[in-house]
Design a protein around this ligand. Structure first.
Ligand code: SIN
Length: 480
C-alpha cells in the first residue's frame, strides 16, 4: 500500500466513511507549518451516530468467541506491521516525532494488539468453594459494553491500541476520538481494521475539533459504558465530574512529574544514557518523560557535565530527515510554555548548561538547567518539553522526600548499584511505575499507569483487559 492509500479526511462510522456537512478543520505538519489535510469535522452529530453504531454492533460482537476476535486482532496487527513505513510517515507528518521513533511506535502499538488477542482467550473466571452443600458458585467475566477511547497527539497509534485492543478482545465495541492535532493515524488504522475484517460498528473513529463537547457527550451518554482517556489531569477531573450522572467507569492515564534519581553509587554512564532516553523521547512530550533529575552532590559535577555533553550532541530538525533525534514540539504554544519554564528557572538562579532557547516557531533546543531549586515552576508542573533540570541532594531520605513531593505518581526512575538501596527506594517511591537502572519502562507486557493525580486503571499486561470486563457471580441453588 502507498501512504496516500491510508490518508482519509473524515470520520469512520458503522463501517463507512461518513458524509457529514460543510464544517472542516486542518491538520498541520508541526515541523514545516504546512497543511497536510483538510478533515471533515464530525462534531456531536457524528459522535452520536458512532455511539449508536457501536451500541448496535455490541450485541452480535459480544457473542463471538475470543478465538474469533483474536484472529481479527492478529490480522490487524499484521497489517499494521506490513504498513510500518506508511503509518510512521503519517505519524511523523502530523505529530512531528522523528521517523525512527514513529517506526518504533508502530511496533510498540501493534504489540498491544497481538498481546490482547491472546489475553482475550484467557479472561478466565472462577469456581468458588460453596458455603452450603446445595449451592455451586461460579464467577464469569463479561464485556463491559460500548467503550469510548479519547486519545492524545503524542502517541497517535499506541495510545489507541493500548485501549482498543483489550476492549475488542474482551468483546466490547469502541469509538475512538483522536485529538484534532493528529487524527490521520487513527483513520489509517481504522482502514486497516476494515481490511482485517472487523464488522461494521465494532470500531468507529470520530474526528472533530470540539474536544470539550464530544467528551461531554460521551460522558453523558447512557449507551457508553466506559471511557478510557489519556491526557492531562485537568481534563481527567472534568471527565470524571461529567460522568457522575451515568456512573461511568473510567480509566485515566493523566499527567506526570517523573523524578530521576542518580545516587552516589550509580553507574554514571548508564545513568546519562537512561536520562537521555527518558527525558528526550518525543522531544520530552510523553507523560513518563523525566521532569526532575535529582543528583547526589558527590556525583553532581560528573553527571551534569556528561549529560550536558550528550544533550548538546542531539540533532534537532524535521523528523523526516535522517539523523534527527529531536523533532518539533506540537505547536507554537508548547514552545512558548517551554520557554516560560526556562525563563522562570533563570530568574530564580538556574544555570543553563546547554540549550535554553527556542529554534524558530516550533522547535526548542534540548536543554539542561543546573542549580535547580524547589521554587522553580517545573518542580510541580509537567514540562512536556526537552528541558532537564538538575537538583542536588545529600541523603537517600532527602531524595525520596523530594521525589514524592508532588501530586503526581506516574513514572519514576533511579540509578544505584546497591541491591538493598534499589529495593528500599523502589518500595518508597509513590508511583505506579519505577525504572531501576532503566530509563524506558513502557511495554505491552507490563502494567502502565499511575497513582495519585496521575490517574487510575492500568494499560497493557494481564491487568489491562480487566478494565474492560465486568464480573458476574452466579449462584446455582438446590443442587441436591
Ligand atoms: C504517554 O505519554 O502517555 C505514553 C508514553 C509511553 O507509552 O511510553
Amino acid at each position: 500500500m502507498k501512504t496516500t492509500d491510508l490518508i482519509f479526511d473524515r470520520s469512520y462510522v458503522d463501517g463507512k466513511w461518513t458524509t457529514e456537512g460543510e464544517a472542516s478543520f486542518e491538520v498541520f505538519n508541526p515541523a514545516t507549518g504546512e497543511k497536510i489535510k483538510t478533515v471533515a469535522d464530525g462534531g456531536i452529530a457524528i459522535t452520536e451516530k458512532a455511539i449508536d453504531a457501536a451500541d448496535s454492533a455490541f450485541k452480535p460482537w459480544r457473542k463471538t468467541t475470543a478465538k474469533y476476535r483474536a484472529e481479527l486482532l492478529e490480522k490487524w496487527h499484521n497489517l499494521m506491521l506490513e504498513n510500518t513505513a506508511q503509518l510512521a510517515e503519517i505519524m511523523t507528518l502530523e505529530c512531528g516525532k522523528p521517523f525512527t521513533e514513529s517506526k518504533g511506535e508502530v511496533a510498540y502499538g501493534a504489540a498491544f494488539v497481538k498481546w490482547f488477542a491472546e489475553e482475550g482467550k484467557r479472561a478466565y473466571g472462577d469456581v468458588i468453594p460453596p458455603h452450603t452443600e446445595d449451592r455451586r458458585l461460579v464467577v464469569i467475566k463479561q464485556p463491559i459494553g460500548v467503550v469510548a477511547a479519547i486519545t492524545p497527539w503524542n502517541f497517535p497509534l499506541a495510545m489507541i491500541t493500548r485501549k482498543v485492543a483489550p476492549a475488542l478482545a474482551a468483546g466490547c465495541t469502541v469509538i475512538i476520538r483522536p485529538t484534532y492535532e493528529s487524527p490521520l493515524t487513527a483513520l489509517a488504522i481504522a482502514r486497516l481494521a476494515a481490511i482485517a475484517g472487523f464488522p461494521p460498528g465494532v470500531i468507529n473513529v470520530v474526528v472533530g475539533r470540539d474536544s470539550a463537547g464530544m467528551g461531554k457527550f460521551f460522558c453523558e451518554s447512557e449507551k457508553v459504558k466506559k471511557i478510557s482517556f489519556t491526557g492531562s489531569t485537568r481534563i481527567g477531573h472534568i471527565l470524571m465530574a461529567q460522568s457522575a450522572s451515568t456512573l461511568k467507569k473510567l480509566s485515566l492515564e493523566l499527567g506526570g512529574n517523573a523524578p530521576f534519581i542518580v545516587f552516589e553509587d550509580a553507574d554514571i554512564e548508564k545513568a546519562v544514557e537512561g536520562a537521555i532516553v527518558s527525558k528526550f523521547r518525543n522531544a520530552g512530550q510523553t507523560c513518563v518523560c523525566v521532569n526532575r533529575i535529582l543528583v547526589h552532590e558527590k556525583v553532581y559535577d560528573e553527571f551534569s557535565q556528561k549529560l550536558s555533553k550528550a544533550v548538546a550532541a542531539l540533532k534537532v530538525g524535521d523528523g523526516m530527515l535522517a539523523g534527527v533525534s529531536i523533532g518539533p514540539m506540537i505547536n507554537k504554544s508548547a514552545v512558548e510554555k517551554t520557554q516560560s519554564f526556562v525563563a522562570d528557572a533563570i530568574n530564580k538562579g538556574g544555570e543553563i548548561l546547554t540549550g535554553g532557547k527556542p529554534m524558530g516557531e516550533c522547535f526548542y533546543e534540548p536543554t539542561v538547567i543546573g542549580n535547580a531549586s524547589r521554587e522553580m515552576n517545573f518542580t510541580e508542573d509537567e514540562i512536556f518539553g526537552p528541558v532537564a533540570p538538575l537538583y542536588k541532594f545529600n541523603t537517600d531520605a532527602e531524595a525520596i522526600e523530594m521525589a514524592n513531593d508532588t501530586i503526581y505518581g506516574l513514572a519514576s526512575y533511579f540509578y544505584s548499584e546497591s541491591v538493598s538501596r534499589c529495593w528500599k527506594v523502589a518500595e518508597a517511591l509513590e508511583y505506579g511505575m519505577v525504572g531501576i537502572n532503566e530509563g524506558l519502562v513502557s511495554t505491552e507486557v507490563a502494567p502502565f499507569g499511575g497513582v495519585k493525580f496521575s490517574g487510575q486503571g492500568r494499560e497493557g499486561s494481564k491487568y489491562g483487559i480487566e478494565d474492560y470486563l465486568e464480573i458476574k457471580y452466579m449462584c446455582f441453588g438446590n443442587i441436591i
